[in-house]
Design a protein around this ligand. Sequence first.
Ligand SMILES: [Zn+2]
Ligand SMILES: [Zn+2]
Length: 269
Amino acid sequence: MRAPTYNGAMYIDSHCHINFPDLAVRMPEILAKMAENKVTHALCVSVDLPDFPQVRALAEQYPHIFASVGVHPDYEDTPEPTVEQLVELSQHPKIVAIGETGLDYYRLEGDLEWQRARFRNHIRASRITRKPLIIHTRAASADTIRILQEEGAGTDQGGVAGVMHCFTESLEVAEAAIAMGFYISFSGIVTFKSAKDLQAVARVVPLERMLIETDSPYLAPVPFRGRTNEPGYVMHIAEYIATLKDVPLAEVARQTSANFFKLFQFAQP
Ligand SMILES: [Zn+2]
Ligand SMILES: [Zn+2]
């Protein structure tokens, strides 16, 4: 595996959904904005099995786009993935992660045992394939951490850990995840004026454990808040974090990019 090389500042969007219709129809524009803002790579994250072929196709078409395979916890009426299916679909050089998966007790109510069972299947697939997990957690952090521990997701238990994506939880949750070997990924939410608690967390999380993401088309960062988000905007999140932590922007760019390559275990193309 070749070590990544850096050509000045570069940014990586560790989580986006550019296969969603709003973005997919504007692909040339999206790629041009990435180039303009020195966003060199993006990870297009799978949310269900029916859309997975499109996600994979984007990764096959563009050298700097990578992809994952998984079924999002908010997708209730969708084919349920087995461990075997997840393992098989991930056997592809551009599929670098399992997810997004996790728990969401905010969007859905009632008996969510199916969410927890689905989550466990993803963790088992990650342990088998040695591909890291992309974790979505909302209003469910205690169960998320508990199940990750029960299934041995962390590097401390023989797993390969992964990333807590679009992090909005407490410092305590961040520290529990970091202790298991996870990275913490900050989205445009950290740039919002109201996000004081999250900004306090981002100030403390070491750069060595941090990733940045757009989660586009959602959650555009300031100054684009409310508009359709896209991978090129990830640079504004890096700028915000550099100011927040009082470190050079180039350092945020370099370290978050190095973290990305290390976590997803691939050489820079
Ligand atoms: Zn998510
Ligand atoms: Zn997502």
